[in-house]
Design a protein around this ligand. Structure first.
Ligand code: HEM
Length: 427
């Protein structure tokens, strides 16, 4: 499509969209709310502007938000789109994006998340074997035991309880920390720093300090496992590196651990948190689940569609000019995958797209991404939810929210889509 004056793609801008060289006021981007106060209203406003809309991230960094399911799916599967800023984001290589950018860690890590082509295949293949559907299915009894133990603790807890803190967090943390051999003593620290990574209100200084802490924890983990290897995935990755350094550089080893350990829980915490919230605020659907007319898999998929745990994902870059629904994203410009918006795309889900309805036939979503970067942990995340949710609702049949739904505060983030806390009366 031609660039026209009334179209965002027509804006007279140098190539690429450079956070320093350009005047955001002239480009009129939607400024993303770092506090994530109302992710869905914001997503709807962005989607209403067109298939690809310029948004401003903290630090005045510009990116194209792609909100429609078909467009986003096509883009995520397109080899003309990369996640490697070192090769494909001139704003990064020119130094315009500096270390004090609050989202720096999201783009600077060197692992599969930010790799392209052959490098991506190499890095992903080193970890992929551990997360196949078969390997993950074998973890069920172990996840059941973790869940039962937590439910026993909740049974004895004073009411109301914060289920995000006492249930949604501990399950994924326990699972991922045991898989990677993270010592009990390091988990609380890890939890804090991973929270910091997802907090988009964080200052530049706090983000930098947080990154230093995160690297400290990971270097300690690697050093401990080098000295005392165990039957865990960290020791496995170290063995790969020691076997043949060309398959995994030291920086990639540490950054892969950062990715898998952090991706492995904040997201799953949100899925559990949002599914519990959805059922407690839709009693008729909870009743249908209890009656067996709606399955738990329906609840989980509908939650992923309705409340994508990763609302927006930074960042991708156009390797060449790419057209999205008539808007041309030029080579070197940044792209934000708007997963929350895509789940509520009206052209797919109709007028009821904004409603939670576990009975809807088509629950298509992109909450785990699509294409080569499709979530490696999706079987594990689904399994954790399949075990945790039915067990929780069976143990506490009278469970109810301890505050009005509108009093639940969203997480301070436009990336992570959960709540600050989830106060519930269990009995
Ligand atoms: C409900 C829970 C989860 C959600 C919603 C989720 C979401 C996502 C999404 C959207 C992506 C694609 C990112 C992109 O746009 O490129 C992704 C990638 C990834 N996820 Fe998950 N994730 C979840 C759980 C997990 C778990 C439990 C693990 C644990 C191992 C994990 C590990 C990864 C990894 C390693 C990648 C990077 C894959 C690559 O770049 O090739 N995720 N996840």
């Amino acid at each position: 499509m031609e660039r026209t004056a009334d179209h965002p793609g027509s804006l007279d801008r140098p190539t690429p969209v450079d956070p320093v060289a350009l005047d955001p006021v002239a480009l009129d981007p939607v400024v993303l709310d770092p506090t994530g106060r109302d992710i869905h209203a914001e997503s709807a406003a962005i989607a209403a502007r067109g298939p690809a809309t310029l948004v401003e991230l903290p630090g005045r960094v510009l990116a194209w938000s792609v909100t429609r399911q078909d467009d986003l799916r096509a883009l995520l599967g397109d080899p003309r789109v990369s996640k490697d800023p070192r090769q494909h984001w001139p704003a990064y290589t020119s130094g315009a994006i500096s270390e004090d950018w609050p989202l720096h860690l999201w783009v600077s890590v060197q692992n599969m998340f930010t790799a392209y082509g052959g490098d991506h295949r190499r890095l992903r293949s080193l970890v992929a074997k551990a997360f196949t559907a078969r390997r993950v299915a074998a973890m069920r009894p172990w996840i059941e035991r973790i869940t039962e133990r937590l439910l026993d603790e909740l049974d004895a807890a004073e009411q109301p309880v914060d289920l995000r803190e006492r249930f949604a967090y501990p399950i994924p943390i326990e699972v991922i920390c045991q898989l990677f051999g993270v010592a009990d003593g390091a988990r609380e620290d890890l939890r804090e720093v991973v929270d910091g990574v997802f907090d988009t209100t964080i200052t530049a200084e706090a983000a930098q300090a947080n990154a230093v802490r995160l690297y400290g924890i990971m270097h300690e983990l690697v050093a401990a496992k080098r000295e005392n290897p165990g039957d865990d995935l960290t020791s496995g990755l170290i063995a790969v590196r020691e076997d043949d350094g060309s398959r995994l550089e030291e920086a990639e080893l540490v950054d892969t651990l950062i990715l898998v350990i952090s991706a492995g829980y904040e997201t799953t915490v949100n899925l559990l948190d949002q599914a519990i919230t959805a059922l407690l605020t839709h009693p008729e659907q909870l009743a249908a689940v209890r009656a067996g007319t709606v399955g738990w898999a329906d609840v989980i998929e509908e939650t992923l569609r309705w409340q994508a745990p990763v609302a927006n994902l930074p960042l991708r870059y156009a390797v060449e000019d790419v057209e999205v629904g008539g808007v041309v994203i030029r080579k070197g410009e940044a792209i934000l995958a708007a997963y929350a918006a895509a789940g509520r795309d009206r052209s797919v889900h109709g007028e009821s797209a904004d409603e939670f309805d576990a009975t809807r036939a088509d629950k298509t979503h992109l909450a785990f991404g699509h294409g080569v970067h499709y979530c490696l942990g999706s079987p594990l995340a689904r399994l954790e939810a399949e075990v945790a949710l039915p067990a929780l609702f069976a143990r506490f049949p009278g469970m109810e929210l301890a505050v009005a739904p509108h009093e639940l505060r969203p997480s301070q983030s436009f990336i992570s889509n959960g709540h600050e806390s989830l106060p519930v009366r269990l009995k």
